[in-house]
Design a binder for this molecule. Sequence first.
Ligand code: SF4
Length: 341
Amino acid sequence: MLPVSTDSSTPVNSRIPTAGECDFGAWMLNWLVQAWERSMSGLSFVWLEITGKCQLECVHCYADSGPQGAHGTMATEDWVAVIGQVAALGARMVQFIGGEPTLHGALPDLVGHALGRGLEVEVFSNLVHVSEPLWEVFSQPRMRLATSYYADQADQHESITKRRGSYTRTKTNIIEAVRRSIPLRVGLIDLADGQRVEHARAELAALGVTEFGVDRLRQVGRGVRDLQPDVAQLCGHCARGKIAIATNGDVWPCVFSRWMPVGNVRHQSLAEIVIGPAMSDAEQQISAGVKRNPGSDPARPGCDPLCCPSTMCDPQCSPSCSPSCRPANNCRPTGNCAPNY
Ligand code: SF4
């Protein structure tokens, strides 16, 4: 399936060069072994960022999305082809995200295609508007929803989303998702002192939401305040079995690390990208950068236990985007995560 497995009958150790062999040979062998190891672990989860368009203009949006955003240069058939490659590489789950993925007219077909290829599917939506046909799409087996929430009061919520009425709309659709028993995760994004995050958490619990967590501001896109996007904004687990694909076909280690493309699916196969040297370099950069982060947890090298992508990428936790998840809150065995992403 993957181009590096040129001869699967040949043990890797039998190709170790002797001391007299050139450095290039050793470098190539090392690269092939790393590629082989990555190919063996494979992909588990892929973000499909199918649009930059959104009804909202959240002040922290790492994707810099809004009403002026576009679906980009990836045509629907490009996404269909990519989903096929994702499934062939062994991934278990994709997440459609944006922007607001429900604004992409091909979402129902793309979801159907992903489900048909045996993938689990999550749609990360602001839940501002969900049509009846889309509710039918979301009610299919192996479908989940995720959304973001900010406060239990409209004025505070909407001071972040920058759209009046968004609090009531999102809350109404959260209630509808719960009523329809559609698995739903809610990410509470804590952006400022005084934000009623705990009140929002209590409100969500009262609405019947069982899966939620809290994340901090990521200084990427419109989230930039006093820092620039760099690996300090990441958890260190990006690229390990996870990738994100942008509206122009660029592939990133995750949705936050959008300044470090590792390939483009319009010019290369996904298999070439995930085992390629750019991916390997990105992984090493991220890992080294996070290890320098004084907030890292020594028990989990390179990973801040409170950071959302880390828990998102934790095998015990479900994936999320603007997300959030403190292990104590929404990881199994406490019961709120899908297993083994
Ligand atoms: S954070 Fe999500 S809902 Fe808000 S503008 Fe960005 S894509 Fe839209």
